[in-house]
Design a protein around this ligand. Structure first.
Ligand SMILES: [Ca+2]
Ligand SMILES: [Ca+2]
Length: 368
């Protein structure tokens, strides 16, 4: 080959991981630590290459060990985007080169258009990007998905470098489109590109739930979950307004079944409850069911936040706020009603509403 060599360096530097609202930046020499993904290697170097050569390098993006072990996390959607590479690798220079990629005193000439990203197609849930593309176009973003439910725990990408040639020196058979041929003034330069892996979305398994209409009458199953998954005790409310729920045996002793079977409008002496307590009684049923659901089937951090907020509303909210919390929990308690109950929780048995009624301690809930 008669053309002089050009020196090209591709680097995955400054891997940017976005998880929810939190941003974590990791430098090229640091091992990537992220709760969701592990990305290797940190640096891809093509060193010295010749025009029109094609070089291949692996880029492995895997679900992290903690993500794989988590019982509630299912999948991660991510994208591989490209950024101009600054000559000095720090956040300020990266931001500068994004705005002024043509300033070659501070940014490397761009290698980005020449890098293709080929997905492993095992399974086919990722989107490859061919070489010779406009690095700023949205069509140049490679998308990937890793999902336990797809049996896809690792994506083994191949990054191909399609080395460009110098304008006027490209041979007849070369496949470099004319707009991607280099000006000869760039001869001998080092080229660079930052590949950035961004987490777009993290999703959870759709979890099982049951409604208040299930938990109240299923005396034996509810008692079993309450004992085995919650240790026989549950608190509702917060701060100075809390109620401790137990499931003492014997008729009229169970605060747990009292929560489901006490009258919402009236106390046991037939007096009407105050409006705030009527609202609390409605929330109480949903709150106890939600806590049983989370304990039995596990639930997402978002659901746990809804429950924590509902405990706060139970203690200090207005009647309207308490009813809003009840309605939110009602939606959650219905959300996974179609999903199966794991056999590991033991027999479900049949509904025995009369038994639950008899066990219910309703007097306790005269003061919810
Ligand atoms: Ca994939
Ligand atoms: Ca894969």
């Amino acid at each position: 080959m008669k053309n002089p060599k050009i020196l090209i360096l591709a680097e995955i530097a400054g891997i940017l991981i976005i998880f929810g609202m939190h941003t974590l930046q990791v430098s090229a020499t640091t091992v990537t630590i992220d709760v969701n993904l592990s990305v290797t290697p940190n640096v891809i170097s093509f060193e010295t290459v010749f025009p029109c050569e094609v070089h291949f390098r692996p880029l492995n993006i895997d679900l992290s060990g903690s993500f794989i072990e988590s019982s509630i996390h299912d999948d991660v959607e991510y994208q591989i985007v490209q950024r101009p590479k600054p000559r000095i690798d720090d956040p300020e220079e990266r931001a500068y080169c994004l705005l002024h990629p043509e300033d070659l005193s501070r940014c490397y000439p761009s290698l980005c258009p020449y890098l293709s990203k080929e997905a492993d197609n095992q399974p086919g849930n990722d989107t490859s990007v061919p070489a010779f593309h406009d690095p700023t176009a949205t069509s140049s973003i490679a998308f990937g998905r890793l999902a336990k439910s797809d049996d896809d725990l690792e994506d083994n990408w191949i990054i191909d470098l399609h080395t460009p040639c110098f304008r006027g020196e490209c041979d007849q058979t070369n496949s470099v489109p004319v707009q991607y041929q280099l000006d000869s003034s760039l001869r001998g330069q080092t080229f660079g590109c930052d590949l950035v892996v961004e987490v777009v979305e993290v999703s959870y398994f759709q979890t099982t739930t049951r409604t208040i209409g299930f938990w109240g009458p299923h005396t034996a199953f509810t008692s079993s979950v309450f004992q085995n998954q919650l240790g026989g005790s549950m608190t509702v409310g917060a701060g100075s307004h809390t109620r401790t729920i137990t499931n003492t045996s014997g008729n009229g002793q169970s605060r747990l079944f009292g929560a489901f079977f006490s009258s919402i409008p009236k106390k046991t002496n037939n007096q009407n409850r105050a409006n705030i307590d009527k609202a609390r009684m409605q929330l109480l049923q949903q709150l106890v069911a939600a806590k049983l659901n989370c304990a039995a089937f596990s639930c997402t951090p978002a659901t746990q936040t809804v429950i924590t907020n509902a405990d706060g509303a139970y203690a200090t909210g207005t009647a309207a706020q308490i009813l809003a919390a009840a309605s939110q929990l009602d939606a959650y308690n219905n959300s996974g009603d179609a999903n199966a109950i794991p056999g590991s929780l033991g027999p479900i048995g049949s509904a025995t509403p009369a038994t639950s009624q008899a066990k219910a301690n309703k007097v306790f809930w005269n003061s919810p």
